[in-house]
Design a protein around this ligand. Structure first.
Ligand SMILES: [Zn+2]
Ligand SMILES: [Zn+2]
Length: 375
């Protein structure tokens, strides 16, 4: 037995087509979700524009659904909170194999897995066929991690749990080795620069503010984004367009308590020059977190000697482990009245508007375009 679901399919030729796909009935360990909305991420746009895809694919890895049918063996979400029909769930896109050397030997770093599967990037021709969130329905496999969105949060905000997890993980990467009283690692009252005020940058500003950073300086070249960064907790903003070249790095330093730069910088632009600047921004002995280059944008020119002499800790932050969703849901619940999360979802369409949504996101005209299969 199976049912049908209308979905967006990204075809071999790069078109976003509305098609009907088959969905299996949920087995005893599975959950059938009725999808409410799915965000269009930069990685979806990249897959669409650059043709590196496993077509035909149903995109969507930032989605929220309502439990429509629940398998007999499923009683809780991945945080062991009970779930029932009608509950709102958000789904962790990455699934580690559990079986490779990394999964067996580095279980705290699930993204090192050699054989990771990710929702929204696999061909509909392989089982379980429907593997992305831009669809009316989604069948949750038993190996997936998923978390209940509390009733106190609006359903739509659940679509921000995935990008917020990228941001909270990036901030947590700045915290080791965890001797904040010795100024080793990000602690309370420390200063943080966030380069780039797109969705990940803004959520990083919110996350840094939430963990108790003192000064949070947002850097971008678009006024509207800098104004948004202030609403997400930035204490200072630096407009790149007002400075020549790397001169803004001195402007940042002048504003920090040491006069030498912040304790931490998080690079959330994704341009090689921003990484080069990131290595110059913190004071000596500071921390750099690179989160912007999920996809390669070319090479940066780095003098390794500078990294040694400035004694930087440089961390790569790739997505997040599944439990990061639980962290981010708590952060969202705690700060929902403080930061304007809902304003990030600023371009909404139904399934028929998918191409529009991708174009708008690609042009940087929306923070997060969202596709609502029921509209
Ligand atoms: Zn994403
Ligand atoms: Zn593995």
């Amino acid at each position: 037995m199976c049912m049908e679901s209308d979905a967006i399919v990204l075809t071999e030729s790069g078109d976003l087509e509305r098609r009907t796909v088959e969905v299996d009935d949920p087995g005893p360990d599975q959950v059938l979700l009725r999808v409410e909305l799915s965000g269009v991420c930069g990685s979806d746009v990249h897959m669409w524009q650059h043709g590196e895809r496993d077509s035909p694919v149903v995109p969507g890895h930032e989605f929220v659904g309502i439990v429509e049918e629940i398998g007999a063996n499923v009683a809780t979400d991945s945080a062991r909170r009970s779930i029932a029909e009608g509950d709102v769930l958000t789904v962790v896109p990455g699934i580690s194999c559990g079986d490779c050397w990394y999964c067996e030997n580095m279980p705290t770093r699930p993204l090192t897995c050699n054989d990771r599967d990710v929702h929204g990037f696999r061909s509909v021709e392989q089982p379980p066929h429907l593997h992305g969130g831009m669809s009316e329905y989604f069948l949750l496999e038993d190996r997936a991690h998923f978390y209940r969105v509390p009733d106190a949060l609006e359903t739509e905000l659940g679509a921000l749990v995935e990008p917020l997890s990228v941001a909270t993980h990036a901030v947590e990467r700045a915290q080791p080795p965890g001797l904040p009283h010795a100024r080793e690692g990000l602690g309370m009252g420390h200063s943080v620069v966030v380069q780039g005020a797109g969705p990940i940058g803004l959520l990083t500003v919110a996350a840094a503010t939430t963990v108790g950073a003192g000064q949070v300086i947002a850097v971008d070249m678009i006024d509207e984004r800098l104004a948004m960064a202030e609403r997400f907790g930035a204490t200072d903003t630096v407009d790149l367009s007002e400075h020549d070249g790397d001169e803004f790095i001195d402007a940042i330093a002048e504003r920090t308590p040491s006069g030498d730069g912040p304790d931490v910088t998080v690079e959330a632009v994704g341009h090689p020059s921003a990484f080069e600047q990131a290595l110059e921004i913190p004071h000596n002995g500071g921390t750099v977190v690179e989160v912007g280059h999920y996809f390669s944008a070319g090479e940066a020119a780095v003098d390794p000697s500078d990294v040694i002499h400035s004694q930087l800790d440089v961390y790569g932050s790739l997505a997040y482990p599944p439990g990061q969703f639980d962290t981010s849901i708590s952060v969202l619940e705690r700060t929902v009245d403080r930061f304007p999360y809902g304003d990030l979802l600023n371009y909404r369409v139904g399934l028929d508007g998918a191409t529009d949504a991708f174009e708008t996101q690609a042009a940087g005209e929306s923070y997060r375009a969202t596709i609502h299969p029921r509209e």
